[in-house]
Ligand binder design. Structure first.
Ligand code: SF4
Length: 511
């Protein structure tokens, strides 16, 4: 008797969502948070000015590139290649980084990543560390974790430094202090920098100079030091990390310390070094509206006598595998954090980033955060994020890697509605009752005809061209007319058609 080999396969572990220690969920849902932010006139003015300026710069930088759409297609195709082969590419990256003298750590969630970084810093006796601007470290609340371990983290990016000194949180992916104007920044600096000359003006050059002096002292005071960064891209083929920035402070953090720790989301991978030629064209034009970033730093492992003596790469999952699991939502992982979608979004431009409650605000945040954390019921603030959009599609038009944000928003809304149906049945709210009624009406031509024909006489008693506000009159659509003009219905198509046919008949008879 012959026997055959039976393959039982590898035991699989279901991907888990981001841990509660992440800053991916706010204290309240988007509608309540947005209402509070909308009341702040200064904030709205600051946002209007900043987003329209960056938008105009981006548009003119993109117009210069004749094959922009081809570049977008290439960026999108490369990102799909990454999501299709992520496990293999991550293993390849680990091998390349290790071969170049680096050490790779795997962090399942925010807590694990924080523990790894804090342990590395403590082992090296660090009491103060410098940081390069990084969304991944914001996401895992690294500054707070380090503070708990007795280590002070200092942000080296100007905008991040403003946010940190103000005890505030970032509100934009690229310009974390976009909600602050220069008068506010001057006040923050005067409060936080005791040696600052009180006669300092709020001119941008004077404020930048003050920040430069403050940070230079920190850079010079880094003996036996540790610095922490993220990375815009991680090349699987070579183990190279790429960090782009505008100020040069990041490059000092990447080159001066003895130990460099980079915390990088697993989706930041690109397959080959050559693929960078696509992304290093797409990113600067889409983010700052520049042809190239003023500082692009590439580093591969460690090299004797050149740069840090130790390099540690912390690869962070924290809910990304859960995003990857959903074929309709996974392209959210393609994001290269350019923030172009934030600047064109009419919702973001009015509410600002804090209303989203997550490290990732704006349209990308509305699809990424709820997928990373999961949407856990009506009380979960992140269940409201997929509704924080008018679905105008402007975000999709500007996205350099062609993430179809509106399509994913609708997909997440459908998931949220399905979940509610599962727990509460088909009629779980006024909208369901209204839409079920509308569905019935529209599926019967006769009922629809009667309803439309009777709407005219009913509204003829109203004066003006709009119906106006309807408090309590239509309890199924509460609030709908509070902020919208509802025009009075005119002649229905059927009535117009009947009249037209009647007039035609009369004309033919007289001819
Ligand atoms: S979703 Fe697209 S446009 Fe928005 S930040 Fe990411 S890459 Fe940029």
């Amino acid at each position: 008797m012959s026997t055959s080999t039976v393959h039982l396969g590898m035991p699989s572990v279901r991907p888990q969502h981001a841990s509660p220690g992440s800053t991916l969920r706010g204290a309240q849902g988007f509608p309540a948070a947005a209402r509070a932010e909308l009341g702040d006139e200064t904030l709205r003015g600051n946002l209007r000015h900043a987003t329209s300026t960056i938008q105009a710069k981006r548009a003119s930088a993109v117009r210069e590139v004749r094959d922009w759409q081809k570049l977008r297609n290439a960026g999108s195709a490369l990102k799909w290649q990454v999501t299709d082969h992520l496990p293999e590419l991550l293993e390849q990256l680990e091998e390349s980084v290790t071969a170049a003298g680096g050490v790779v750590h795997w962090a399942r969630d925010a807590e694990e990543a924080g523990e790894i970084v804090a342990a590395l810093a403590l082992e090296r006796g660090a009491e103060e560390i410098l940081k390069v601007k990084s969304m991944a470290t914001q996401e895992i609340s690294l500054n707070e974790v380090l503070e708990h371990a007795g280590i002070r983290a200092i942000e080296s990016d100007l905008a991040e430094l403003i946010v940190q000194l103000a005890g505030d949180t970032p509100s934009h992916i690229l310009v974390p202090a976009i909600h602050r104007n220069r008068t506010e920044i001057r006040e923050i600096f005067l409060e936080a920098m005791p040696d600052l000359d009180p006669s300092i003006t709020d001119e941008p050059a004077a404020l930048a100079e003050a920040a430069r002096r403050y940070l230079r002292e920190k850079f010079l005071d880094m003996p036996g030091s540790v610095a922490i960064s993220g990375a815009n891209f991680a090349v699987a083929e070579t183990g190279t990390m790429v960090v782009v920035e505008s100020e040069g402070n990041g490059r000092m953090c990447l080159t001066l310390p003895r130990t460099l720790i980079s915390v990088v989301g697993i989706e930041k991978i690109v397959p080959t070094f050559q693929d960078l030629e696509v992304f290093l064209q797409l990113l600067p034009r889409s983010s700052t509206g520049e042809r190239m970033n003023p500082y692009t730093t590439l580093f591969t492992g460690v090299h004797e006598g050149d740069g840090p003596e130790e390099f540690h790469l912390v690869l962070l999952d924290n809910g990304r595998s859960a995003v990857l699991e959903d074929p309709e939502g996974r392209s959210a992982l393609h994001c290269i954090r350019c923030s172009a979608c934030l600047n064109v979004c009419p919702v973001y431009a009015r509410t600002g980033g804090h209303a989203y409650g997550s490290t990732y605000p704006g349209p990308i945040g509305a699809i990424l955060s709820p997928q990373m954390t999961g949407m856990h019921g009506d009380d979960d603030p992140n269940s409201t994020l997929p509704y924080a959009s008018s679905l105008c599609g402007a975000c999709y038009d500007v996205c350099p890697v062609k993430i179809n944000i509106p399509e994913i928003l609708v997909h997440l809304r459908a998931k949220d509605v399905d979940r509610r149906r599962e727990t509460r049945g088909d009629f779980h709210g006024t909208w369901d009752v209204a839409l079920q009624g509308a569905g019935k009406l529209m599926s019967s031509p006769r009922a629809y005809d009667i309803a439309v024909r009777s709407a005219g006489p009913l509204t003829s008693v109203l004066r003006g061209t709009n119906i106006g506000r309807l408090p309590g009159v239509l309890p199924l659509v509460p609030g709908w007319t509070d902020h919208r003009d509802l025009p009075k219905p005119g002649t229905s198509f059927r009535s117009w058609w009947d009249q037209r046919e009647k007039d035609r008949g009369t004309d033919e008879e007289t001819a």
